[in-house]
Structures are given as C-alpha cells and as structure tokens.
Design a protein around this ligand. Structure first.
Ligand SMILES: Cc1cc2nc3c(=O)[nH]c(=O)nc-3n(C[C@H](O)[C@H](O)[C@H](O)COP(=O)(O)OP(=O)(O)OC[C@H]3O[C@@H](n4cnc5c(N)ncnc54)[C@H](O)[C@@H]3O)c2cc1C
Length: 415
C-alpha cells in the first residue's frame, strides 16, 4: 500500500528529526516525519534538558585517556563497559582513541565551537519564532570540582573555551554559595557559565516543536522503516507493515539507530551508543537555581519546570543489553551526599541512548553513495543543544544552498 509522495522524508521524530522537519516545512517543502514510536519517544524525551553551548570540548581528549582506566575500575562509576561488549565496540574505541590525539582534539574543538555558534544563534531565533521562550526555566551552569588539583586541570579546558569566546567565572567557596546554597562544604572550587539554559521538559519541548511542524503541513507517519530503495523519482522507504512512501530526498535522523538505516543504502558509519541514566525527582526535592555539574563524577543535577533531574554517566553496552538502573541509584546517592538537603525519595528512573561518533561530532551531510539521502545524527551528549543548528544546516543542504559553516568536519565519510 502506498503511503504517499513527498519532497522530503525525515526518519526519526526525536529532537533532531522534529526540528529538521519544521525547518524544511517552513521553507515550503512537503515533509513526512516518520517514527516507529511517535514524537520524542526515545532519547530526546528524558535528557537533562540543557542547551549547553559552552560544551565545546570533545569527550575524546588527551585527558580522558588518563581518567578512563580509573573510572572503568568502578563498575557503577561514570564510565562502564561490560566485558562481553568489548569485541563489538573495539573498532569504535580505537577510532575514539585516535580522535583523542592532541592534533585531532584541536580540530574537533574548532568544529564543535563553530557548530555551537550556529546553535546558540539559531536556537534563540527558533524559540522566538515558535513562541517557546517560556519553556526556558533556568539559566547558567555551575561546575564543581572535588579538589584543587582537579580544578587546576579543568582550568586548562576553560582557557581553551576563552579562546573561542565562551565567558565563564571561576568561583571560590563564597562565590559557589552566592550562586547555589546547599552544596556540601567539601566543594571549594567551581566555575560558573552564564550562557547556558535549561528547558522545562525536554519531551514537551519536542512535542511543542512537533505541533508547530504539523501546523506548517508536516505529516507524521508512525512506521518502522526496514528497507530503502533508490528509484528514478526518489527513495522508496518500505515499512514493516507492508506500506511504502516515496520521497525525492530523505533525512536520516534516527538517533542511535541511524547506522542501521544508513547501512540500508550501503553507508557504513561507526555509530555507537553511550547509554546514560537518570532519576527524575519532584521539584520539591531541592531548591535548585541552575544546572550543577559534578565534573569529577560525570553527572549533573538539572532544574526542570516541575522536577529535579539527577543523571549522566556513560555505559558502552550497545542497543540491546537491558538497562542497569544501579547506575541511576549510584548517582542519586552521590547527589544526596553532595547536596545534603536533597530529598532523594519518590524518583523515576530512566535510561537513554546517546548516538555517538568516535570524535564527539555529529554526521551532517549528504551520503556520497546516495546523494538523495542526508545524514543528520550522532550528536552524542549534545543533541538538544545542537538541534536548531542541525535543522538549519540540513535545510540548506536539502535546498542546495550554501551553508554558513563548512560541513567538512561533520562529513559522514570522515572515518
Ligand atoms: C542521560 C542523558 C542526558 C542528556 N542530556 C542532554 C542535555 O542536557 N543536552 C543535550 O543537548 N543533549 C543531552 N543528551 C543527548 C540528547 O538527548 C541526544 O543527543 C538527543 O536526544 C538525540 O536526538 P535524536 O533525535 O538524534 O535521537 P532520538 O531522540 O533517540 O530519536 C530517534 C528516533 O528515531 C526513531 N527510529 C529509529 N529507528 C527507526 C526506524 N527504523 N524507523 C522509524 N523510526 C526509527 C526512534 O523511534 C526515535 O524516536 C542527553 C542524553 C542522555 C542519555
């Protein structure tokens, strides 16, 4: 059965696909947004809700290579890798290791900073245009360090951010208290970033963007795509329910599952998932003024509209292994130690699949094999933050317009 014909089909209705569908419809294209579960049903639903424009340092860095072995020794620590998954992820880890060399690290920072500049400006415009500014509930982020040593080592990263125009303020204990009361006395060093914001509810934000997209004519199709075939007039997408749809162009924005769709047209892209965990507590759990980032422990405490969300961590265990919610519990127990007034009761646990490429940069660009297909995935820890920038770039690619930054660092073929 035929499910229609469109100028462009976007696969994946997470924050990347939904924002992209909106941008494409605003430019006059007929758009089908296809998802097997609906709007924001996966990773984009439960994240920490931060527009983290200052986060330009890629995970693959010379520093992480020193920290990772210690983190891996703690089975519920900030980084975990079940031994059974090691053979599968070994090629990705090797590329991650190479991306962390000093030279490649520098290249990735420059590319991340360029994308963040577009992201910050484009997000502002999008919030204004869609009337969603009221969804921003808090501004600023407070990074906290356990020791003077870890602060000094992080300070080098802050100096790098200064070079890219990112302003921040280092804080002593009195400075920390002035921004956020209620933090354990052991934290003597912090850094505050004002150019950061949080949305009230990341799922509701994507749903609201979806409503704006439908108002612009975007058609939502609930379907699981299992085949893609190139025809003279476009790309035929076949669904598991036997229906199919023809689109002149296709955007793959299917988050951590995107490599499986890319493989349907022969593109082999080394996408892995960094699984992350959190616990969402009632708003009354803690009087939170801004996002708090415990840099030495790989987790954050985020202010949402009606909740406080405690989470983070990286688990390299693929798409199919069941969740281990001990990770959520471990972070919550640490949060209760670091914020003695936090009430850890009554929370809801969640796990999500960050879609991650080895150099911490997304893949944004046309497939060389099938130029009618545009890749838009792999945003790792920063999908919400970079969603408006990705949508803008993809819209320019789809219309064969010049993009405002060079897309070379994000080329899907770079590996
Ligand atoms: C704990 C945690 C905290 C985070 N915090 C932040 C943060 O504060 N700020 C930030 O910027 N980012 C954050 N992130 C990262 C962010 O959530 C992701 O980068 C982002 O959600 C990825 O969006 P996406 O649209 O690419 O993927 P998803 O939201 O996963 O959407 C992909 C969609 O594709 C669909 N799909 C897949 N395969 C098919 C198929 N064959 N057919 C049809 N549909 C298909 C899925 O159903 C899904 O709905 C966090 C992530 C985690 C895990």
């Amino acid at each position: 059965m035929n499910a229609g014909r469109y100028d462009i089909a976007v696969i994946g209705a997470g924050v990347i696909g939904t924002t992209t569908a909106l941008y494409l419809a605003e430019r006059g294209l007929t758009v089908a947004l296809i998802d097997r579960k609906g709007i924001s049903a996966e990773t984009s639903a439960g994240n920490a809700g931060a527009f983290a424009f200052s986060d330009i340092l890629p995970l693959a860095s010379p520093g992480i290579m020193l920290k990772a072995p210690f983190w891996l020794m703690d089975p519920t620590g900030p980084l975990s890798l079940p031994p059974a998954y090691l053979p599968t992820i070994a090629p990705w880890l090797w590329r991650f290791f190479k991306a962390g060399s000093s030279k490649n690290f520098e290249r990735s920072i420059a590319a991340q900073a360029a994308l963040m500049r577009v992201a910050e400006a484009e997000t502002e415009k999008l919030l204004e245009r869609t009337g969603l500014k009221h969804m921003i509930v808090a501004r600023g982020a407070l990074h906290l360090y356990d020791t003077e040593r870890s602060f000094n080592s992080a300070a080098r990263g802050w100096d790098r951010r200064t070079e890219y125009g990112i302003s921040h303020r280092h804080l002593d204990r009195a400075g920390i208290d002035a921004i956020q009361p209620g933090i354990a006395q052991t934290f003597r060093h912090g850094t505050y970033v004002a150019g950061w914001s949080n949305v009230a509810d990341p799922k509701a934000y994507v749903v609201a963007l979806g409503e704006r997209a439908f108002a612009q004519g975007v058609h939502l199709e609930i379907a699981d795509i299992e085949r893609m075939a190139v025809e003279d007039a476009g790309v035929r997408l076949s669904f598991t329910d036997g229906r199919s749809l023809l689109a002149a162009q296709v955007v793959i924005a299917a988050g951590a599952w995107s490599h499986r769709l890319a493989a349907l047209i022969g593109d082999r892209i080394p996408l892995e998932t960094e699984r992350g965990y959190n616990t969402t507590l009632p708003k009354s759990a803690f009087d939170l003024n801004c996002q708090i980032i415990f840099d030495d422990h790989g987790f954050v405490v985020s202010p949402l509209g009606q909740a406080v969300r405690v989470g983070g961590a990286v688990e390299l265990a693929g798409l199919d292994c069941p969740p281990n919610f001990q990770r959520s519990k471990t972070m919550l127990a640490k949060a209760a130690r670091f914020l003695p007034e936090l009430n850890p009761m009554g929370g809801t646990e969640w796990m999500g699949f960050r879609p991650s490429l080895p150099d911490s940069l997304p893949a944004i660009g046309r497939s060389h094999r099938v130029p009618r297909v545009i890749h838009a995935f792999g945003h790792g820890h920063l999908g919400l933050t970079q969603s408006a920038a990705t949508a803008k770039l993809v819209a320019d690619i789809a219309l064969d317009r010049e993009t405002e930054i060079s897309l070379e660092p994000y080329s899907p073929d770079r590996f």
